[in-house]
Design a protein around this ligand. Sequence first.
Ligand code: SME
Length: 157
Amino acid sequence: MAEDLHIPYGASKEEIYKALYPQLQALIEGEPDLIANMANIASVLKEAFHFFWVGFYRVSGEQLVLGPFQGPPACTRINYGKGVCGTAWKEERTLIVPDVDKFPGHIACSSLSRSEIVVPVRHRGAVTAVLDVDSDRLDHFDETDAFYLGGIIELFR
Ligand code: SME
């Protein structure tokens, strides 16, 4: 597909996610390389929503290792059960953190990050990566983000 994105700026975030989904589908389908697909997902989400940081951490042994992302440089390794990312991996569920300062053990890669959502990526039942999105605004994420981001990472299957 052409790499031009159509983003309905000014629409609700639900409408923006709905517009992005088929475009991401077209980018990802037929491309088996996970890193390439993670890179395009991070790019599309950053372009559409101007999130402070969007990216993936991949499971490697007992750690998460930084993968494709968009935004400022970030911590490269996160231990199992640590931070928001390591907790989402351990608990195998999406975590929405409205105020990162109130999350015990939050790992501050940047002091500008104020709220965060982390969505585990599963392959054959096991968590193999997490999608991490950070905002410089408090309380930026809700169940709408959890729903659509969860749908987007299903595109890996
Ligand atoms: N805040 C995350 C670390 C990753 S950065 O935000 C990019 C955490 O607590 O796991």
